[in-house]
Design a protein around this ligand. Structure first.
Ligand code: 13P
Length: 303
């Protein structure tokens, strides 16, 4: 059953697109990081998306049900009353995506972007046909994102989204949101100011005036880049994914620690873990306030 009071991307993002802000999608990765992310959203009266990918589920030792339970517990503990979407990030296996829908995720991503165009369409259509009747939204990806962190996607090659293909893709799949490749990358950027193809983003927007567009690789992007991607005429990106910055904030605040499983983080001494989780709270607050500009927008979302 869908997590009570969780929203789909279709319910959350159109308001953002029109309102000049984006909703941050935080990859919590660890169960314990869900609470500080939601607390930041609650304190700032911001809508929020909390997510985990297929590869992260494996890496951090969690099932979709474990992650849903962590989100539900944090919602209850915080008496959360800002709009929330529980989203499955990059996933490519139908069974995993269906398990997330069954576990109560309100949104899922099918990433078949590594496949040829027609195969990507077929895979996305199959997920839409499974998810939509159950009230769950679907994000898909067209074009490939580079990565310095193999947790999210496998390949290294960059292939930017072709606007005309994006129009065809959305029309034929019925997906609710589209992740576009315009120069961002997963993981840590090797340059300070990555070059983003804003003209391409504008061209995609012109052909798809109402489809929410998603910016992946939100970590390490300069404030001006994020704000420009949001402020496009007609509305720019309305969902920005953030993973690396959150985990780096966590680990930096716990000297000597490196990536571990979710259970290993749970088993650390409370005082040490609290230092890490405080840093996650501050990082999420910074992204909400200064980057995606969603603070104070909770009540604008019509659920
Ligand atoms: P970063 O790790 O670069 O923030 O990318 C996150 C992402 O796009 C998850 O899908």
């Amino acid at each position: 059953m869908k997590l009570p009071r969780s929203l789909t991307l279709a319910e959350l993002l159109p308001e953002a697109q029109q309102g000049g802000y984006a909703v941050a999608a935080f990859s919590a990765r660890y169960r314990a990081c869900v609470e500080p992310v939601l607390r930041a959203a609650q304190d700032l009266r911001s809508p929020v998306i909390v997510e985990i990918s297929q590869r992260e589920l494996g890496w951090f030792g969690l099932s979709p049900r474990d992650f849903r339970d962590a989100v539900e517990k944090a919602m209850i503990d915080l008496a959360l009353d800002v709009p929330l979407c529980l989203h499955l990030d990059h996933s490519w296996e139908f069974d995993v995506i269906e398990a997330a829908v069954t576990a109560g995720f309100s949104s899922v991503m099918i990433d078949a972007s590594a496949q040829p165009f027609e195969d990507n369409i077929a895979a996305t259509k199959r997920v839409v046909a499974m998810a939509h009747p159950r009230g769950v939204s679907v994000e898909a990806e067209l074009g490939k994102l580079t990565t310095t962190d193999k947790l999210e996607t496998e390949g290294d090659e960059a292939l930017y989204t072709v606007p005309e293909e994006a129009l065809d893709f959305v029309n034929r799949t019925g997906c609710d949101a589209l992740a576009v490749s315009i120069g961002t990358a997963h993981g840590v950027y090797t340059v300070k100011d990555p070059k983003i193809d804003f003209d391409r983003l504008a061209a995609i927007r012109a052909l798809l005036p109402t489809t929410p567009l998603v910016l992946h690789g939100g970590s390490g992007l300069p404030v001006h880049t994020v704000r420009r991607a949001i402020a496009l005429p007609g509305g720019g990106v309305s969902k920005m994914n953030v993973a690396t910055d959150l985990e780096q904030a966590l680990l930096k605040a716990m000297p000597g620690r490196s990536r571990m499983t979710s259970a290993e983080l749970d088993a650390l001494p409370n005082e040490e873990r609290a230092l890490g989780l405080d840093a996650v709270y501050l990082e999420a607050s910074d992204k909400i306030t200064n980057y995606v500009l969603s603070a104070g927008k909770a009540d604008a979302v019509r659920a």
